[in-house]
Design a protein around this ligand. Structure first.
Ligand code: ADP
Length: 152
C-alpha cells in the first residue's frame, strides 16, 4: 500500500494544490491531505473551514483522506503509516526550501519526499496570493476550488 501525506496550511486550498493532489492519485493508493496546525500562526480561514473546503472538493474521491496534525510531519507520517511526503514545486525558491527539509526528514525518519513540478498555467497561484486578493476585495474564483467560494 503506497500512502502519501500531502502536508500544508491550505489557507485556503487552491487550484495549485488540487492539481498536485489529482496528479498524485495515479502514483499512490492513498493520499492523506494533512493540515498542519501551528498555534503561533494567524490564519484567514479557521481550521474547520479549511478542512471542510478540502473535504467538499474531494468528496467523490475514495483515495483521499483529510486530517489535521500538530508537531513534526514525519511523526504524523509514522502514525499514519505513510512512507512518502508529497510536495509541489513552483520555482527555485520552493526547491531550495524543500531540499533541506526533505534531506532532514530522510535523515531523521527515513521518509521519502516526492516532488511534483507545478503545471505552468497555475504555478503562480499560492494561498498567500489568494489571501491578498481576497483581503483587498478582489475576485478569487479563478484561483480556488468552488468549495472555498461558498460559506459553510
Ligand atoms: P506550506 O505552508 O507548508 O507551504 P501550502 O499550503 O502553502 O503549505 O502548500 C502546500 C504544498 O503545496 C507545498 O508543497 C507547496 O509548494 C504546494 N503548492 C502550493 N501552491 C502550488 C501550486 N500553484 N502549484 C503546485 N504546488 C503548489
Amino acid at each position: 500500500m503506497k500512502r502519501a501525506v500531502f502536508p500544508g496550511s491550505f489557507d485556503p486550498i487552491t487550484l495549485g494544490h488540487v492539481d498536485i493532489i489529482k496528479r498524485a492519485l495515479s502514483l499512490f493508493d492513498e493520499v492523506i491531505i494533512a493540515i498542519g496546525v501551528n498555534a503561533d500562526k494567524k490564519y484567514m480561514w479557521s481550521l474547520e473551514e479549511r478542512k471542510v473546503f478540502i473535504e467538499k472538493t474531494f468528496a467523490a474521491e475514495p483515495q483521499i483522506q483529510v486530517k489535521t496534525y500538530t508537531g513534526l510531519t514525519v511523526d504524523f507520517c509514522k502514525t499514519e503509516k505513510a512512507d512518502y511526503i508529497l510536495r509541489g514545486l513552483r520555482n527555485t525558491t520552493d526547491f531550495t526550501y524543500e531540499q533541506s527539509i526533505a534531506q532532514t526528514n530522510a535523515a531523521i525518519a527515513e521518509i521519502e519526499s516526492i516532488f511534483m513540478v507545478a503545471t505552468p498555467a497555475i504555478s503562480n497561484i499560492s494561498s498567500s496570493i489568494v489571501r491578498d486578493v481576497r483581503r483587498n476585495g478582489g475576485d478569487i474564483s479563478g484561483l480556488v476550488p468552488l468549495a472555498v467560494l461558498k460559506p459553510l
